[in-house]
Design a protein around this ligand. Structure first.
Ligand code: MTE
Ligand code: CO
Length: 427
């Protein structure tokens, strides 16, 4: 709409604002009328409750705080048939219960191949060797004397959603999408350590190795190592949790979680990739023609509606409903998320709220007035590189059905008239 009498476009803005206000008012009006009905004789208001009558706990009760007892259901969970043995297994972040973009430390999903190593930081060493001028061994104290940075990044396991390649299976976004977390890391840029050792001109790749019993090892291109990788010792302000690699882990922003070596003990500089187990028989994508695609490092643009979802159905009936979800891209920031409530016939732009940081989770909302009829909810993310999240069928057409890893297809939740939510696929 062009209005010559309004060069600054204020009229246009005002009309959009009015529209938003009208939308919010109708939602608030419904909520207010429910509130008014309750106020008539609400004992929780008219009678003094125990928590109001008696003293609470003192400051000596919880030197390290834990969540309210009423949040005890908000925990990492596993899928029993995926857990052959807990030391080589996975549990999932309860995305459906979280909001904002930061994952609390105790809820970050865990994936380890040989259990959680327990390492006294005084005994931890990081070695850099191979094609370098000066091989070096750092203590934790040495590392903490380098200039450090704070960065918010998501970490997504390449196998996130892997169980859904051939159709919908698991009933809950915790299980379909919960191999992801997003925290603020404090650490030393890896390039400072590599500069200290002096990488020879022939040094094109880096092998990162963990100090756990799995001694997990991955090859990383030198270009990435010198770009934005971090050697991190803190998450969300406090020391890394043991299960996240205490005392030291590698951050490889935007790239598959398997490369983020925990309990980092060794970095070897070489002239070519190593072809370790985790980059050959695992974490490669078997295509329809029987060939395996390797080195698919970047996690592509993806999103999911976290609420409503199977574990958090709509319990309040029709009226105002907050649809909420997460979007992310290993390529950069999220520029746009569209949401459909009718299985993709019509799409509406969602509102991204909170920080929009590269290679971090983004939180989006769509505030609707639910008329109580069934819905097919989907979200579709786009990133600042112009990449658009594909449908599952588009993915299968491109990659066949043998894959496990790198499933960034659009997720569908079916919501019935009672608000019950189920994992489905639309064709
Ligand atoms: N590093 C070591 N040393 N050992 C491991 O088993 N698992 C990897 C990676 N780094 C692993 C590791 C995999 S597959 C993933 S997805 C991430 O760590 C999981 O990180 P998290 O446990 O912090 O969620
Ligand atoms: Co993984």
């Amino acid at each position: 709409m062009v209005d010559d009498t309004d060069p600054k476009g204020t009229k246009q803005k005002a009309s959009r604002r009015d529209f938003l206000k009208a939308g919010l008012l109708s939602g608030a009006a419904v909520a207010a009328s429910a509130g008014a009905a309750r106020a008539a004789g609400e004992p929780l208001i008219t009678e003094i409750q125990d928590w109001n009558r008696y003293l609470g706990d003192g400051v000596d009760v919880a030197p390290y705080g834990t969540p309210s007892e009423f949040e005890a259901h908000v925990v990492r969970r596993d899928v029993p048939w995926l857990t052959a043995d807990p030391v080589s297994s996975i549990n999932f972040t309860p995305l459906h219960e979280l909001d904002g973009i930061i994952t609390p430390n105790g809820l970050c999903f865990e994936r380890h191949h040989g259990g959680t190593a327990v390492i006294n930081p005084a005994d931890h060493r990081l070695m850099i060797h191979g094609l370098v001028d000066t091989p070096l061994v750092f203590t934790m104290e040495d590392l903490k004397r380098f200039p450090r940075e704070n960065r918010v990044y998501f970490l997504e396991c390449a196998a996130n959603g892997g169980m859904e390649w051939r159709g919908s299976q698991l009933n809950g976004c915790q299980f379909t999408h919960g191999m992801i977390h997003c925290v603020v890391y404090t650490g030393v840029p890896l390039r400072y350590l590599l500069e200290e050792a002096g990488v020879k001109t022939t040094g094109k790749w880096l092998l990162a190795e963990g100090a756990d019993s799995a001694a997990m090892t991955r090859s990383i291109p030198m270009e990435k190592a010198l770009d934005d990788c971090l050697v991190a010792f803190k998450m969300n302000g406090e020391a890394l949790r043991p299960e996240q690699g205490y005392p030291l882990r590698l951050c490889v922003p935007g790239w598959e979680g398997n490369m983020w070596v925990k309990w980092l003990r060794r970095l070897e500089v070489g002239d070519e990739p190593w072809a370790q187990r985790e980059e050959t028989s695992k974490y490669t994508d078997l295509l329809a023609n029987g060939k395996a695609r390797r080195h698919t490092f970047m996690m592509e643009v993806k999103s999911v509606i976290t609420s409503p979802s199977p574990q958090v159905p709509v319990t309040h009936g029709k009226g105002p409903l907050v649809i909420s979800g997460l979007a992310w891209s290993g390529g950069g920031t999220i520029s746009r998320v569209d949401v459909t409530i009718d299985g993709g016939r019509t799409w509406q732009p969602a509102r991204i709220d909170g920080p929009s940081l590269p290679k971090a989770l983004h939180r989006f909302y769509l505030d609707i007035n639910w008329d109580g009829s069934e819905m097919l909810l989907q979200s579709r993310a786009m990133d600042d590189q112009g990449l658009v999240q594909p449908t599952k069928n588009e993915l299968r057409a491109a990659r066949g059905e043998n894959s496990i890893y790198h499933n960034n297809g659009i997720q569908t939740w079916h919501v019935n008239n009672d608000g019950v939510v189920e994992n489905v696929e639309v064709s």
